[in-house]
Design a protein around this ligand. Structure first.
Ligand SMILES: Cc1cc2nc3c(=O)[nH]c(=O)nc-3n(C[C@H](O)[C@H](O)[C@H](O)COP(=O)(O)O)c2cc1C
Length: 255
């Protein structure tokens, strides 16, 4: 079931207070917004001793630009623009072909991740494969298609330190072949998401979210709570910061 962020955080906070351990104040910060529940509100005591804990946020994302090696930028950008042309939505993109192509860093999911961090803080993590994808759009599509058909779990490089410390995980990805890029499943299966709050953000072409969020929910343990996802059409990415801000406000992270 999807809940608002504040509901989830407050539930965790109150459970922690009732758990006792001499903690007097439980404080969870979501950027400038601080939800504070005093222990005396719950148990009527008035102990001077104070300690606090913060809700720790991770913003992990997979983006093509961090998972390819661009040797010939012009050819890579042209291959993306030719694809948009073939999809019939090339006219929707801005005149900045390099930014629109998404093959040159920062990728679209990375842009969204950075805007999320500006609002809520937290740590950014770029999910990266051991074996980079082609920088030619069609060749990348072919490899992604094969990986989907094989239900592959591409090997990742790097890892999140102290994953268990994070309570809230924003998880970003492009729609690849109507679902998650397979490396996102590698990532989800590599860590223990039990009890985590997971907030998906997806960037996509004409297919919208397709089955991305459904397939993510299926890969997560039942004890993970998935909040309302953000979906941003790739042609809208460059102007999408207000959409990100409005979504975070709706979720209760900002005022
Ligand atoms: C391999 C591949 C497969 C894609 N499949 C889809 C798709 O099925 N539906 C869709 O709407 N967009 C699809 N796209 C478009 C991406 O979702 C879109 O361009 C996204 O904004 C890219 O984000 P990124 O820059 O973070 O990688 C695909 C792109 C690639 C490279």
């Amino acid at each position: 079931m999807r809940k608002s962020a504040v509901t989830v955080i407050l539930t965790v906070a109150i459970a922690a207070i009732l758990g006792g351990c001499g903690q007097k104040t439980w404080e969870t910060e979501v950027n400038e917004k601080t939800v504070q529940v005093s222990a005396s509100d719950v148990d009527g005591t008035d102990n001077q001793e104070e300690s606090s804990a913060q809700s720790k946020i991770l913003i992990a994302y997979f983006t093509w630009a961090d998972n390819t090696v661009v040797e010939d930028q012009e050819a890579a950008v042209d291959s993306a623009m030719a694809h948009y042309e073939s999809m019939g939505d090339a006219a929707q993109y801005g005149t900045d072909a390099i930014s629109s192509s998404s093959v040159v860093a920062p990728g679209n999911a990375a842009r969204l991740g950075e805007w999320i961090q500006q609002e809520v803080g937290g740590d950014l993590f770029s999910i990266q494969v051991n074996d980079p994808y082609p920088s030619d759009y069609d060749e990348c599509m072919d490899r992604a298609s094969e990986e989907k058909a094989e239900n592959a779990r591409p090997k990742l490089t790097g890892s999140v330190e102290n994953f268990s410390d994070y309570d809230v995980i924003f998880l970003g990805f492009p729609n690849w072949w109507y679902t998650l890029p397979m490396p996102v499943l590698s990532f989800v299966e590599q860590y223990d998401f039990s009890g985590k709050t997971v907030i998906p953000f997806c960037t996509h072409g004409t297919g919208g979210l397709s089955a991305t969020v459904r397939d993510l929910e299926a890969a997560l343990p039942n004890s993970a709570t998935v909040l309302e996802p953000l979906g941003v059409y790739r042609a809208d990415i460059l102007g999408a910061q207000p959409q990100v801000q409005a979504w975070l406000k709706d979720l209760g992270f900002t005022e």
